[in-house]
Design a protein around this ligand. Structure first.
Ligand code: AMP
Length: 618
């Protein structure tokens, strides 16, 4: 294997090799690189197109197809066709619960804060694994088109993504066999594509308006000394060009006096209408009238009517812009540049409204579908050290985190984070009456702490005795400019506190960093499988514990038959836990949850009616 050297200060690998930029989108994904003329270019693998729909289909044999081929199954096999997985990355079931009706596939509700899982066939997948499939497809296309291995990438994420969503994106890259050099904000990438922020003496404030197929966001960025800072973001993760298409479909249904209930019950007709509507919308970006027939249905739309149909949605995006400006404490006059991103900004009405709001012409010269991937490729080129004019910041070369349940590594400061930096997370106890908590600090990219480098360990003592889950322990990592890491643990209810300082780079050689990075990629698949197994086991055990306690305390509210069935479900889950297959554990846990959910509601209703009885009414 070729030897790769790593620059410790930058965390970047130093070798002549193509580094790609990837826009991992909700609807479409694409990949770009810097061509030999030093120009960013999107990859079009022999006629397959530039945009890869972010859709994955699983057939009954568990085989996977990604992209256009998968899209064909959206109607014929919706339960096994996964789209919009980006909305689920790093999210818990609770986070997405209110939007469940937008997913045609099954999300697993295990009634807790753990990360959401998706069922396809009889298997359970994490959004990380599914995103990895999209990334693998992009990687394969790039390798085929460029005829060279592609191992390193910059991947973009929305500016509003939190740590957990960023980490999930990073893990997806690793699972796809990519060394993710940086997770880059999409608006920052768009700015770089326009060359904004490349000159270290440049000081600017910019607005990036991103209206895609299903999501909208606006970000206000400040650029100083080559550093991008997100001042504010706003948006709506369920607003986009798809809404425009839907508005057109409704308009046609009315105009043609179709029975709307019957039409909506016909998925094939609705899909045909939606596709026609999208065609009309796109046509109206360059002409004034669209006039076609779909069977007996007249699909006519003029520009003026279209604009009326989308006016309310566009106004909603401008209200978000207003809010973002207020949050950044800026007036529109203080914005130096406006950039358009996302396919829906091609509609002249959208462009005009954005121009009117900001009082200046937005940048729209670069294809709005490609601008983020192109910017990511530029960032990749900077990290590769090919642009000596651009400032590189000090970053931490390996992730820093602590050990959690089952020996898993929980990353608190991810690899490549700018130094100095500070990050924290809240934890709790797992045992009733637990008064001490051991905090073990590790460095590395592997999922199991035993494969990482241990930096320190200490104990937070004197947590007041409380039931499991009640104490709130904040763990903060503070990495200063000299590379000293201070780890602080504080129990919020009692105020007990403990801290320790270490130097993560102490005794760390370039060779070790290199080995740790390559190992994390070679072992990505088994690591993720192990992590998922440990997590499933932890969740399953927790569920058995809760269900046993429920029966012990509230068994009397169940009929004898319900009680027997609950016990059978618990035994099945216990057997699964002993069996060691993650999918069976999750399936049995799901079944137990489904079966017992009504009982919890019954208990709640009874508690409410009890308390009502006890209440005096004047
Ligand atoms: P994105 O998520 O950025 O790929 O954007 C996709 C959205 O852009 C979809 O709703 C498309 O229908 C829309 N779109 C693509 N081309 C055009 C166009 N020429 N005019 C208006 N909308 C478009």
């Amino acid at each position: 294997m070729a030897k790769i050297s790593i620059n410790l200060a930058t965390g970047s690998l130093q070798k002549e090799e193509i580094i790609v930029g990837i826009d991992l989108g909700t609807t479409n994904s694409l990949i770009a690189f810097i061509d030999p003329d030093k120009k960013p270019k999107v990859i079009n693998d022999t006629g397959k197109g530039i945009l890869v729909p972010s859709i994955i289909h699983f057939n009954t044999a568990g085989e996977i197809v990604v992209g256009n081929e998968a899209r064909e199954f959206l109607i014929s096999d919706p339960a096994n066709t996964i789209f919009s997985v980006k909305r689920l990355l790093g999210r818990s079931y609770k986070d997405v619960a209110e939007h469940l009706d937008t997913f045609s596939y099954q999300l697993i509700d295990d009634d807790d804060d753990s990360l959401v899982k998706i069922r396809a066939g009889n298997k359970f997948y994490t959004p990380i694994e599914l995103s990895a499939e999209i990334l693998k497809e992009l990687k394969a296309r790039a390798e085929h088109a460029l005829k060279t291995p592609v191992n390193r990438a910059v991947i973009t994420v929305p500016a509003y993504f939190n740590d957990s969503q960023r980490q999930a994106t990073r893990d997806a890259g690793r699972l796809a066999g990519l060394n993710v050099l940086r997770i880059l904000n999409e608006p920052t990438a768009a700015s770089l594509a326009y060359g904004i922020g490349l000159d270290p003496t440049e000081e600017k404030t910019i607005a990036v308006y991103d209206l895609g197929g299903g999501t909208f966001d606006v970000s206000i960025l400040s650029i100083q000394n080559g550093i991008f800072e997100v001042l504010s973001t706003n948006g709506n993760t369920f607003l986009g060009g798809d809404d425009f298409d839907r508005a057109i479909v409704h308009y046609w249904i009315e105009k043609n006096k179709l029975d709307s209930v019957a039409a909506k019950a016909d998925p094939v007709l609705m899909q045909q209408l939606r596709l026609k509507a999208e065609e009309a919308k796109k046509a109206l970006s360059s002409q004034n009238l669209f006039n076609e027939k779909l069977g007996e249905i007249w699909c006519t739309l003029d520009k003026q009517t279209f604009e009326l149909l989308i006016e309310a949605k566009v106004t909603e995006t401008l209200n978000s812009c207003k809010q973002a400006m207020a949050d950044a404490k800026l007036s529109v006059a203080e914005i130096d540049e406006v950039i358009l991103v996302g396919g829906s900004t091609r509609s002249p009405y959208v462009k005009a409204k954005v121009a009117q709001f900001f009082g200046r012409q937005p940048h729209d010269q670069i294809n709005p579908d490609e601008v983020v991937a192109l910017g990511a490729a530029i960032q990749a080129d900077i990290l590769a050290g090919n642009r000596s004019d651009v400032l590189l910041l000090d970053i931490t070369p390996l992730s820093l985190g602590i050990e959690t349940m089952g020996g898993l590594m929980d990353v608190i400061i991810p690899r490549n984070a700018k130094v100095p930096t500070k990050a924290g997370r809240q934890y709790t106890t797992s045992i009733d009456g637990q008064v001490n908590m051991k905090i073990s600090v590790y460095q590395g990219e592997r999922d199991l702490v035993q494969e990482n480098r241990k930096l320190a360990e200490f104990e937070l003592r004197g947590i007041p005795s409380m039931p499991a889950g009640l104490p709130k322990v904040d763990i903060n990592f503070i990495l200063n400019a000299d590379g000293i890491l201070t780890v602080q643990a504080i129990e919020l209810r009692s105020g007990v506190k403990q801290e320790i300082a270490v130097k993560p780079s102490y005794g760390l050689t370039d060779d070790t960093v290199e080995k740790m990075l390559t190992d994390s990629i070679t072992h990505a698949k088994t690591d993720v499988e192990q992590r998922m197994f440990i997590e499933a086991k932890g969740e399953g055990e927790q569920l058995v514990y809760t269900a046993d306690r429920f029966i012990e305390r509230n068994g009397n509210i169940l009929t004898p038959e319900e009680l027997t069935h609950t016990k059978l479900h618990i035994t099945a889950l216990k057997d699964a836990l002993n069996g060691g297959n993650k999918d069976i554990i999750l399936k049995k846990a799901d079944e137990l949850n489904e079966f017992t959910r009504p009982f919890a509601e019954r208990l709640m209703d009874m508690a409410v009616s009890q308390s009502m009885k006890g209440k005096k009414i004047d």
